[in-house]
Design a binder for this molecule. Structure first.
Ligand code: FE2
Length: 401
């Protein structure tokens, strides 16, 4: 079993009686068909540092893994090196996508045991890798569809604060030296700070089952919910419940399709994901939506096109809500927001700016959201209608309506 890292705090000790206390998103693992090329895509398009690698050159004969970092975001892009690797058959079914949303905890083995006792299914048993630097213990449980949650606990030089400062992620990784894009990205930052939320799509009628699973197994609580009256157009709709960890650091909305005259975007995702639930989008937080979106657009990121008509009503809707709750109006330049095609929404606590990329691979499955919060802890409910109309235009162009 892993021991607590250096400087065990009172909260660390308290966590021993609440082992599922999630400290952070440790990393997000993607299964991809060609990690070398994907690393280049995510580094160039989104400004990630290609920081570390584990592959044949480090003695890893199973897979190649690239660690990409930006702010407190850590993506691992993994590709199998043989047909025997589980990622090989999985990608045949689902294409590139997210396999694991991994959480840092104080004690991975205890967190995993607790989750199993609460009804979770084992994805893999606790395993510890160690070297002179310290240890990394990981254990996984299966959530919806192809997705796993790993619990990760770290000691020594592998402690999370050290990882955030650029320390090696785990035994078997090495730093990537001389990657040309890294210097370019430091000079032209995209400003992405951390994972704001991770959204899953599940089948029709299954949302409440998974809500209960997150409550029972993970100790999450419902944070917000939306139904098809909130998130629908005349044609298609979805239902969504946002689950949050006890400390509200981790938010995992769960979507299911709702009946509409045409196919829901959630159903389209499932159809192209071998009728299997999975992660629909990863929302990445920025402090400055305009600068981030402008930089990402310069780099060629494809965002959803927002209908011009959206900007005819948005300011009245958003600013009326803000002033009625004693908040000042949206401070960002309204014209630049429109020129950059950014979405805005407000609630009683403040406002948010957000924008969704188009799918990140050829299958209409996983995409990113770029989000900036100015007080609002919501998810852009008021934008769903506008967003759905834009999404349906896209879906129509793909012949999937
Ligand atoms: Fe989102």
């Amino acid at each position: 079993m892993a021991t607590l890292g250096t400087g065990s705090s009172p909260s660390a000790v308290a966590s021993m009686t609440d082992p599922l206390t999630l400290i952070d998103v440790d990393h997000v693992r993607f299964f991809v068909g060609n990690a070398k090329q994907s690393a280049h895509f995510y580094a160039y398009a989104f400004g990630f540092q290609v920081d570390q690698i584990s592959d044949l050159t480090t003695g890893n004969r199973e897979s190649a893994q690239y660690l990409l970092t930006q702010g407190n975001i850590r993506l691992i892009l993994e590709t199998p090196l043989s047909a025997a690797h589980p990622a090989a058959s999985e990608m045949k079914l689902h294409g590139d996508g997210i396999k694991d949303i991994a959480f840092t905890v104080f004690d991975a083995e205890r967190a995993w045991e607790c989750a199993i006792k609460n009804g979770g299914h084992c994805a893999y048993e606790p395993r510890t890798t160690r070297d002179a630097g310290g240890t990394v213990t990981m254990a996984g449980i299966q959530t919806y569809g192809r997705v796993v949650h790993s619990f990760v606990s770290r000691t020594g030089s592998y402690d999370l604060p050290k990882i955030k400062q650029g320390s090696i992620l785990a035994p078997g990784f090495r730093k990537v030296e001389g990657y040309g894009l890294n210097a370019f990205n430091l000079k032209h930052p995209c400003g992405l700070k951390f994972v704001d939320h991770c959204v899953g799509n599940v089948e029709l009628g299954k949302m409440n089952e998974w809500v209960k699973w997150y409550e029972d197994v993970m100790g999450f609580k419902m944070f917000k919910h939306f139904d098809d009256k909130d998130i629908g157009t005349d044609f298609s709709a979805l239902m969504s419940k946002v689950m949050a960890s006890g400390n509200q650091l981790i938010k995992m909305p769960i979507n299911e399709p709702a009946e509409g005259k045409r196919k829901s975007q959630i159903q389209e995702y499932l159809d192209w994901h071998n009728l299997t639930p999975g992660i629909q989008h990863l929302a990445l937080r920025t402090d400055d939506e305009l600068t981030s979106v402008a930089e990402l657009r310069n780099r060629g990121v494809d965002f959803l096109e927002i209908p011009e008509a959206y900007y005819e009503t948005v300011w009245k809707r958003v600013n009326a809500m803000l002033t009625s709750h004693g908040h000042s109006a949206v401070k960002e330049d309204h014209e630049r927001v429109r020129d950059l095609g950014i979405l805005v929404d407000s609630d009683d606590e403040g406002y948010l700016l957000q924008l969704f990329t188009k799918p990140l691979q050829d299958r209409p499955t996983l995409f990113f959201e770029i989000i900036c919060r100015r007080g609002s802890q919501s998810f852009g409910k008021g934008n769903f209608k506008a967003l759905f109309e834009a999404l349906e235009d896209e879906q129509g162009r793909r012949g999937n309506l």
